[in-house]
Design a protein around this ligand. Structure first.
Ligand code: ZN
Length: 135
């Protein structure tokens, strides 16, 4: 796998194998008009296997979403065929409007206008309204 084929775009690398599709979905890339390539189960010295997402356009991404799915992933920005930026990811403390609470008794199921919001706790993300765990 090389990133040379992209002249201007973004390569999300070192995604834990199996999480690439989830990331594509949460970023909305599956429904966008952008040219997107997802490469699954690439051999990696560090991870054993990894997923890679290549986007053939220099567009901004919600780094919170990428950090939520896999904070160990790397985001490389390519311009004119050159790697110009590696973005650092962290797990966002608050995650707004990305995932939905699945608790059927949660107030967000009734109050549709309430934004879905999760908070990072010691054992993962929990809904700020009902404390249900994400996922
Ligand atoms: Zn909830």
């Amino acid at each position: 796998m090389n990133i040379d084929s992209i002249q201007n775009g973004v390569v999300i690398d070192h995604i834990s194998a199996g999480k690439g599709m989830e990331l594509v979905r949460l970023l909305g890339l599956d429904t966008s008009d952008l040219s997107v390539a997802i490469i699954k189960n690439v051999h990696s010295e560090k991870l054993g296997k990894k997923d890679i997402i290549k986007v053939d356009a220099d567009v901004p991404f919600n780094l919170d979403i990428i950090g939520f799915v896999d904070p160990e992933a790397t985001v490389n920005v390519i311009r004119n065929g050159v790697l110009v930026e590696k973005k650092k990811l962290t797990r966002p403390k608050i995650l707004k409007g990305v995932i939905h609470c699945k608790n059927p008794r949660c107030i967000t199921q009734v109050e549709q206008e309430l934004g879905h919001e999760f908070r990072l706790t010691d054992d993962g993300y929990r809904c700020v309204y009902c404390e249900a765990k994400a996922g």
